[in-house]
Design a protein around this ligand. Structure first.
Ligand SMILES: Cc1cc2nc3c(=O)[nH]c(=O)nc-3n(C[C@H](O)[C@H](O)[C@H](O)COP(=O)(O)OP(=O)(O)OC[C@H]3O[C@@H](n4cnc5c(N)ncnc54)[C@H](O)[C@@H]3O)c2cc1C
Length: 469
């Protein structure tokens, strides 16, 4: 049986569970210190790489002077930046727990995307600046220039990765197809990078630059192997489906139990990747918030909106089907704030699930702090788990819940967008030092997060969670 430090025996007393869960979300101070250390290490690696064209000058520099030399140097520096950022891209997407606890997986994936665009820009400028001093942009198609031609192939690959990732939705690329192609391309690009760097310039033909390149590629291969092994074998927690029940329009509750007798600790609001083994469901991994209370580790609950091909197939899942879980991940939890901080929760549609977990946890631990929940849905029929929320309202005396509708007859009474005027009214009684949690569609989150500082809420205490990676 595979266990990890976060595992807890199901019958252990609740305090034990609570302690483990609290340790999963690190304090702001710890995260800041570790975050700064991670950034410093990366800056040192980058600085070392960028110094190579100066400290180990290649023969191509020898007969360049003035602006031609500067251009060539900048071109080489950009190439080094692209190479280093490319190799460390894996760090942001490998689901490394240590980095998740500091930055949150959601932010790491966004950073990975942003870095992809930066790499594409540096990789594009690199050959332009390297070749311009020779008054040419054309690489002769001869055997002698094969390392440059490998570089050209690499550039095309990097550009297509950046374009398909940025415009995946507009290009209508199915997520799973895109992800598989992206992983294969990452391996091809890394191999191409090693061949290009080690052969294109005599700076890398010997000494420190050559050794550093071998080390960097070796570490990348190890990390890739570790990531694959973890995803498929080591980190997976086996569970069994206990029930699949309707939770509202186009929404189901999926309840699962640990198969090994060991539950895992998680903080309310965190999410996990699930893979269901059932006849009617494709074997893919999808991220979902753990909507249950960590105080009740015997059964985990996911509340899932049936919005696409894969989620719709969940309706065919049967009790007894096997499910593997990789998690918990994320830092979107009220555990980030001090014990009695007032909370404001603003959810859009199925973005209510992290709030549900936090509210359930607070109800289970008799936490009577002041909480304002604003929940925006299209219509009344889109509200899920009506009875659950009614029960939570009765168990949490500090909870004030406002339902908000954007369409249909109900929208006429509430107003159809959570704008400044409406938020000001709904948050009239909330303290401006409250911690604010926002989760919902992109547009709604961006709009609300923009308005709140103007109403007196601190930027530092506004936390968001995106339902897309
Ligand atoms: C941190 C997080 C927590 C989430 N929590 C919940 C929740 O509690 N309840 C809920 O209903 N939904 C939740 N989601 C959204 C859920 O993961 C997607 O709705 C689901 O994966 C869509 O799958 P689909 O193939 O049916 O839909 P599609 O229509 O094929 O996909 C819709 C979008 O979902 C994303 N997506 C699709 N497949 C994957 C995948 N394998 N991995 C990652 N993203 C994918 C893509 O951005 C895609 O554009 C969460 C997402 C994230 C990132």
């Amino acid at each position: 049986m595979v266990t990890s430090p976060g595992d807890i025996v199901i019958d252990a007393n609740m305090k034990h569970t609570e302690g483990k869960a609290a340790m999963i979300v690190w304090s702001q101070a710890t995260r800041t210190v570790l975050g700064v250390l991670v950034v410093l290490v990366i800056l040192v690696v980058l600085a070392g790489a960028v110094s190579i064209p100066f400290r180990f000058e290649s023969s191509s520099m020898l007969y360049k002077f003035g602006s031609a030399k500067v251009m060539l140097q900048i071109g080489k520096v950009l190439g080094m930046v692209a190479g280093v950022l490319l190799l460390i891209q894996l760090l942001w997407s490998a689901r490394i727990r240590f980095l998740d606890r500091i930055f949150g997986l959601n932010n790491l994936f966004r950073f990975h995307r942003l870095m992809g665009i930066t790499i594409a820009a540096c990789a594009l400028l690199h050959p332009i600046l390297v070749y311009l001093p020779d008054n040419t942009l054309i690489i002769p198609l001869t055997k002698r220039y094969w390392p440059e031609l490998v570089g050209l192939g690499l550039l095309l690959c990097i550009l297509s990765m950046a374009i398909t990732s940025t415009f995946r939705s507009s290009l209508r690329l199915p997520y799973e197809f895109w992800r598989t192609a992206h992983r294969v391309a990452a391996v091809v690009v890394t191999a191409g990078l090693a061949v290009h760097v080690l052969n294109v310039s005599d700076s890398f033909g010997r000494g420190v630059p050559q050794t550093a390149t071998y080390w960097a590629i070796g570490l990348w291969v190890l990390l890739f192997a570790w990531m694959t092994a973890h995803r498929f074998w080591i980190r997976i927690r086996p569970h069994t489906v206990a029930a699949v029940e309707p939770a509202g329009r186009d929404t189901v509750r999926l309840c699962v139990r640990p198969r090994t007798g060991r539950a895992f600790a998680y903080a309310p609001g965190q999410f996990a990747f699930i893979r269901i083994r059932s006849a009617g469901v494709r074997s893919e991994e999808h991220p979902f918030t753990i909507a249950s209370s960590p105080q009740r580790p015997k059964e985990l609950e996911f509340v899932i909106r049936l919005c696409g091909d894969w989620t719709r197939s969940i309706a065919t899942v049967q009790p007894g089907d096997q499910i593997s879980i990789d998690g918990p991940y994320g830092i979107f939890s009220h555990f980030r704030c001090n014990g009695h901080a007032e909370l404001v929760m603003i959810a859009g549609g199925i973005g209510i699930t992290p709030m549900l977990s936090m509210l359930r946890y607070m109800a289970d631990s008799n936490d009577h702090r002041k909480i304002t929940l604003i929940w925006s849905n299209k219509t009344k029929d889109d509200v899920v788990l009506v009875d659950t929320f009614r029960e939570l309202e009765s168990r949490l005396p500090g909870l004030r819940m406002h339902l908000f509708f954007t369409r249909g007859p109900e929208a006429a009474t509430t107003g159809d967008r959570l704008n400044r005027v409406i938020l000001e009214r709904l948050l009239m009684d909330s303290g401006r030092d409250a911690a604010v949690f926002i989760c919902g569609p992109e547009g709604m989150m961006a709009g609300v997060a923009k308005v709140l500082p103007g109403l007196g809420f601190s930027h530092q205490r506004i936390f968001t969670e995106r339902f897309s990676l």
